[in-house]
Ligand binder design. Structure first.
Ligand SMILES: NC(=O)c1ccc[n+]([C@@H]2O[C@H](COP(=O)([O-])OP(=O)(O)OC[C@H]3O[C@@H](n4cnc5c(N)ncnc54)[C@H](OP(=O)(O)O)[C@@H]3O)[C@@H](O)[C@H]2O)c1
Length: 320
């Protein structure tokens, strides 16, 4: 029955009396429309989690959970959180993100990044949720001469990359309505990251040494959160690469950070071998956002532009 037919039938039933009701208003005068969807954000205290909690607040009923509320490695805790919050959408950002820590304790990495993800995937299947999984450029081996496409073969070098890739596989094999978002070199306004570390070290040390033989792209959490906001209400499920635009080395990134912050501490380029960290890193991990662009989503701005705004927001820009 269309709205006019509905009105005519109501007229008959009430003997000609018609109660005009604005269906967009509830009795308190609030817009009714569609009920707000409930979004469960895992790792809401992390860099991306915090950006998502800020950005999504007006549009969704948001529930943030972190290690102290729900350990993703404990299936019962995951089930409990799903029964409590009844989510429509799950954005899974929680992870063991310490790349060298994962290398030193592969079992802990697999427990958190793979099995933790599997626990959430099982619950999401049960609750029929749309699932968004954050993955990484470190699933690639880094031998490419051009930005990695979504369909390029993976081949992680580190336990962090391997454990995140296994998480991807659980998502792909068990769910239909999912987004896997691979991103790189994440920088959030809250939380630990490379930018904050460089600013701190530049004030403490006479010289910084930074690796100059790894090429990638920084991604600012706010910009990534906006991209997730764009994706989440669409039916274009699948795997996407989402980073800021451009590419750089950690060394050039550090130089730019210090320049923008007005710090003149010298930065000396070194090799990955000289740095001698436990986990191997891909020497090239730039991601092509081809599918994201082709689907008509808004490409993220350049990392330089995002860095400028970031430093301004955290009060570290030299010439605001
Ligand atoms: N950071 C990057 O450069 C980068 C690059 C590419 C992709 N990613 C991916 O992007 C996502 C977000 O990264 P991020 O930098 O925002 O992460 P983050 O700041 O390290 O935050 C992750 C959060 O997850 C929590 N967590 C860890 N283990 C958990 C567990 N067993 N149960 C519940 N919560 C747990 C952490 O708690 P604690 O702090 O108490 O451990 C933390 O609050 C991750 O999935 C990551 O793999 C990150």
């Amino acid at each position: 029955m269309n709205p006019r037919e509905k009105k005519e039938s109501a007229k008959k039933e009430t003997g000609g009396l018609v109660f005009e009701r604005d269906e967009t208003l509830d009795p308190l005068g609030l817009p009714l429309g569609e009920p707000r969807k409930t979004v469960l954000v895992t790792g809401h205290k992390g860099q991306l989690g915090q950006a998502l909690m800020e950005l999504l607040t007006p549009d969704f009923c948001l529930c943030g959970v972190d290690l102290d509320e729900m350990d993703i490695t404990v299936a019962e805790e995951v089930a409990g959180a799903f029964y409590l919050h009844q989510p429509d959408i799950v954005i899974h950002t929680a992870a063991m993100t310490d790349v060298d820590g994962c290398e030193l304790d592969p079992e802990a990495a697999i427990r958190a990044n793979s099995l933790g993800t599997q626990n959430l995937v099982i619950a999401s299947e049960e609750f029929n949720c749309v699932f968004i999984y954050l993955s990484t450029d470190y699933v690639f081996p880094g031998k490419s001469k051009r930005p990695y496409f979504e369909c390029d073969p993976t081949g992680p070098l580190s336990w962090y990359g391997k454990s995140k890739l296994l998480g991807e596989e659980f998502v792909r094999n068990m769910l239909f309505r999912y987004f896997i978002i691979r991103t790189s070199w994440l920088v959030g306004e809250k939380g630990r990251n490379f930018v904050k570390m460089m600013l701190k070290l530049a004030r403490e040390k006479d010289e910084l040494t930074v690796v100059n033989d790894q090429l990638g792209c920084p991604t600012f959490a706010r910009d990534l959160a906006k991209a997730i906001r764009e994706l989440v209400d669409t039916p274009y499920y699948g795997t996407y690469h989402v980073t800021n635009s451009g590419e750089t080395t950690w060394y050039d990134f550090a130089v730019k950070i210090l320049e923008e912050a007005g710090l003149d501490t010298p930065v000396r380029p070194i090799t990955t071998e000289e740095l001698n960290r436990p986990a191997p890193r891909p020497s090239y991990s730039v991601l092509s956002g081809l599918l994201f662009r082709e689907r008509g989503f808004t490409p993220l701005r350049s990392w330089e532009e995002a860095l400028h705004e970031y430093l301004k927001n955290i009060g570290q820009l030299n010439n605001p």
